[in-house]
Design a protein around this ligand. Structure first.
Ligand code: PGA
Length: 256
């Protein structure tokens, strides 16, 4: 089943008031591609200003706390993200799983907290280079996914999965089309096992060194329903060609 593609930008720890012009440029250009969903996940402190700058364009967060509120200095709740104008948030990015030592259990709790208040989620999974070289990538990613998925799909908020091999993030290296197809098929299998037909409707994004030059090929792989883009999402000049590549292959999954 061909799903409408989702191209998400992850600005990580980049973005000041002076970058709101880039947010406006991306939002304006994205209107030319109505057959693609586009979202920019900006630093939490920029969400409200970004959302006000581009009404009607989707703005997301990059992390969320698992509790509704309380004594958690420096953290941001799902309701706070919604209140600021975010429609979804990234959860379980490998940079957080590594640097903040987020476990699958913690990631799962964050996903459930977001979905329960109507905040969509892009849940990230991905293997290290050691695991890939050992030949264990599919089993490791499926196990990570199993441990991070919510018990139930509460409400209408979207849950998308992003497969991001850690060794492909910010390195310019990407897996082969066959490796991406194999992993996305395995993720789809797990989603269907867990959620039945709802698992067919969940978008599976690829992330890790997606650029204008490789996006078209990546988007034509079966079960690649979009991309999570880091470095190339910071400038409209890089990001919009990726959105255009998604628009061009919409409905045409070819590489199995
Ligand atoms: P990259 O980052 O596109 O710069 O490789 C992707 C990500 O970390 O989400």
């Amino acid at each position: 089943m061909a799903l409408k593609k989702l191209v998400a930008g992850n600005w990580k720890m980049h973005g000041l008031s002076s970058d709101l012009g880039e947010v406006r440029a991306i939002a304006a250009a994205a209107q030319d591609y109505p057959n693609v969903d586009v979202v920019l996940c900006v630093p939490a402190i920029l969400i409200e200003r970004a959302a006000r700058a581009v009404p009607g364009f989707a703005i997301g967060g990059q992390d969320v706390h698992s509790e509704e509120k309380g004594a958690h200095t420096g953290c941001t709740s799902a309701l706070m993200l919604l209140d600021a104008g975010a429609s979804l948030t990234i959860v379980g990015h490998s940079e957080r799983r590594e640097a903040q030592r987020e476990s699958d259990d913690e990631v799962k709790a964050k996903v459930e907290a977001a979905l329960s208040v109507g905040l969509g989620v892009i849940l990230c999974v991905g293997e290290s280079i050691e695991v890939r070289e050992r030949g264990d990538a599919v089993a490791a990613v499926v196990a990570q996914l199993e441990g991070s998925l919510p018990d139930t799909l509460a409400g209408e908020a979207e849950l998308a999965i992003a497969y991001e091999p850690i060794w492909a993030i910010g390195t310019g290296k990407i897996p082969t089309t066959g490796e991406i197809a194999e992993m996305h098929a395995a993720i789809r299998g797990k989603l269907k096992e867990r959620y039945g037909s709802d698992g067919d409707a969940m978008r599976i994004l690829y992330g890790g060194s997606v650029k204008p030059s490789n996006a078209g090929e990546i988007f034509s792989i079966a079960d690649v329903d979009g991309a999570l883009v880091g470095g190339a999402s910071l400038k409209a000049a890089d990001f919009i060609p990726i959105v255009a590549a998604a628009a061009a292959v919409e409905g045409a999954d070819t590489i199995a």
